[in-house]
Every structure is written in C-alpha cells, then in structure tokens.
Design a protein around this ligand. Structure first.
Ligand code: F6R
Length: 369
C-alpha cells in the first residue's frame, strides 16, 4: 500500500505532481478560463464580495497565508487570514458580503468547523477547500472546492498543502475573471503556467539527493531557522512546522524583514538558516533585500541554506548550500519552494530514527479543541 516507499510521507511527497494536476483537472475550459461552478455563487454575488477571510489551522493556515497574496494581487479584494482557533473567540466583523474561505485537508478540524458555524450564523458565505470527500466542513459550508489530492495518510501534510495552494490560486483567478480585475488573456496566461506546475514539481523531486544529504548532516543540530519574504514567508513557516513535527527540533520561521527587529539576536556561529529567496525578476526589490539579509546572517556565522531560482547567480557567494528550484511566476513559487523543505524535514527525522508517518503526540485530524 506504500507503493514501494518506506513511508507514506515519501509516497505522498512523490505523488505531488499528479495531485497538483488533479486539482486543475476539469476546472479550466478550452480557452484557458476557469469554470468553477462548484463555488455556487452567482456572478452578481461574487461581484458584491467586499472582504475575504481565510480560516484554517496548521499547514492549511500556511496555504491561506499564501492565498492572500494571490487574492489581493489578482482579484483586488481585501483579504485577511486567521487561525481558526483565534477567529472563533473574538468578535469578527462579518456581513453578507464577506466571503469566508475555510481550508482543511480532513474537513473535520474542530476549530475550523466551529469557525464555519460562527460565520454562517452571521450570514457570511462559506467556501470550503477540502480534501476528504463528504467530510463535515464541506457538508456545513455553502460550497466546496475539493482538492482531489487523494488520501493523505501521513500525519504531516504534504500533497494536501500543494493542492490547497492550487485550489486557492483557482479561486483567486476565478474571482478576477468574474469581477473583471484581470483580462481573459492575462488569466489564460497564468493558467498556462499553472498547467506547467506538475512538471516543475517533478523537476524539483528529481534533484533532491543533495537536500537529503544535507538533512542527514544536520541531524545533531538543535535548532534551524527559516527566513522568507513575500510568499516565501509562509513557505518558511511551513518548512519550520514540518521540522518541528517530524524531527522534534526547535525550528522557527520568520519574515526576513523582521530580522533586525529581534530574530537576528539568535544568529550564532554554525546555526543553520534556511532562506527562501524570491525570484530576482518577479520580485526585484524583495530579492535584493533578502540577498543582503543572507549576507548579514552569514557575517554572524550562520550556515546559510539558500533556496533560490535557477539562474539566480547573485546568491552564490553567500550560500553554504544552494538548493535550486525552477523559475516560475512569483505567486506560484511556493509550489516548488516547499518541496525541498518537506524532503529536508522527512530525511532529517528519518536520520534521527523517528517515525515520520506517525510523529509523537500528533493526530491526523484534530477533532477536539
Ligand atoms: C501539519 C499538519 C497540521 C494540519 C492541521 C489542519 O503537517 O498536518 O498542521 O495541517 O491540523 O488540519 P486540516 O487541514 O485537516 O484542517
């Protein structure tokens, strides 16, 4: 049942190209435009939305953080992202024109479910992005977009995350299409790039041996930091979460721009720091800034592990280890940049002798509070 892999997690990491393709399948017409009837809101209702709140927990929350960049950039709708466990216990201002997007692999997470109920009581519409068919959250939401990643058995979420991202991109583009914030040809161009993503993820997977080697060499470290900017920031958070849950190591993700506001005090000789570098062409300014962040931490002795786009030579002098990912449009970079961090955490945990499919103290779906 593990299809020749030692662990479900390895199998699920390897399944990501197919999973990403499955999320796209049947949702794009011959002209490269979106047909998301599943959203079940009329064009008029979609045009009336004036705020989006994305709600989720854990890895799904990280997908939500990335969704915000896409929703604001493509659809031009103000978007907030919130942990379900926080949303429930404050007094969020919700109206009929607020769209709630709840993201949950299992569709059973208690805090996310309670957030859905709360939102519906305030007459907001709820769109669920879920993986498990017929689970509770999709049943209680107004509409659901299934990710079609297939069953995710390993406790640590991998392919569900990538497909959640794709589903979020589709929703953002659909909103842009219906509301006219992007022209049809712009949308079909982005969609064409989305269709290339399974192949790009496959490319990443085929170059992971050095990442595994690196992970094994760090098995005795006590702490790893992760830095990112723009959509690379949630990717850094996700890389740190994977390492915590699988390798039981202290791992922390930061927005690189926050370094000077505190975290730089943590940098000491030999500390491994993973830096997710934005595309030099798509994100010229943040790219420049992050290159100087890498220089700053390296000058203080950090061991820099740099995830950067192919052809980005500017990082070479400052990277102790360089992990290359294919050049893709900025907003789509998390689809390729997350994969090495999944492999890294999985291999490091294995090197420490941990059970990567069943990490201690964790359950696949958190149906209690
Ligand atoms: C991390 C992980 C958890 C889940 C979180 C939400 O690898 O698996 O953080 O992402 O418990 O679960 P769902 O998406 O089922 O609501």
């Amino acid at each position: 049942e593990k299809g020749g892999y030692d662990h479900f997690m390895l199998k699920e990491i390897a399944e990501q190209p197919r999973a990403v393709a499955n999320t796209l399948l049947g949702r794009i017409d011959v002209d490269g435009l979106l047909t998301l009837d599943e959203v079940r809101l009329s064009a008029e209702e979609l045009r009336e939305i004036n705020k989006i709140i994305v709600i989720a927990c854990g890895t799904s929350y990280h997908a939500g953080l990335i969704a915000k960049y896409a929703i604001e950039h493509w659809a031009g709708i103000p978007c907030e992202v919130e942990l379900a466990s926080e949303f429930r216990y404050r007094d969020p201002i919700l109206t009929r024109d607020t769209l709630i997007i709840v993201i949950s692999q299992s569709g059973e997470t208690m805090d996310s479910l309670m957030a859905v109920r709360h939102a519906r009581e305030q007459h907001s519409r709820v769109l669920a992005i879920c993986n498990v068919n017929g689970s509770t959250i999709p049943r209680e939401a107004d509409a659901v977009l299934y990710t079609h990643a297939g069953p995710e058995i390993a406790v640590a979420s991998t392919k569900a995350f990538l497909t959640q991202l794709v589903a979020c991109y589709l929703v953002a583009l659909y909103l842009a299409q219906v509301r006219g914030t992007k022209f049809g040809d712009e949308i079909s161009q982005i969609v064409a790039r989305l269709w290339e993503m399974p192949a790009r993820v496959e490319e990443v997977l085929s170059t992971m041996e050095p990442v595994r080697e690196l992970a094994r060499s760090l098995a005795d470290e006590r702490c790893v930091l992760f830095l990112g900017r723009h959509v690379g920031f949630p990717v850094a958070l996700e890389g740190a979460l994977k390492l915590k849950e699988l390798a039981y190591m202290h791992a922390e993700g930061f927005a690189a721009g926050e370094l000077k506001h505190g975290p730089i005090a943590l940098i000491e000789r030999g500390l491994p720091v993973v830096v997710v570098v934005p595309s030099p062409s798509g994100q010229r300014v943040t790219h420049e800034k992050i290159v100087s962040n890498i220089q700053e931490i390296r000058a203080r002795g950090a061991k820099t592990i740099v995830v950067a786009e192919e052809g980005d030579t500017s990082v070479e002098p400052y990277a102790d280890t360089l992990i290359r990912v294919p050049a893709v449009p900025t907003l789509l970079q998390p689809l390729v940049a997350t994969v090495p961090l999944q492999v890294f955490a999985c291999e490091l945990a294995t090197a420490k002798g941990h059970d990567v499919d069943q990490p201690r103290n964790l359950a696949k779906s958190v149906t209690v509070e």
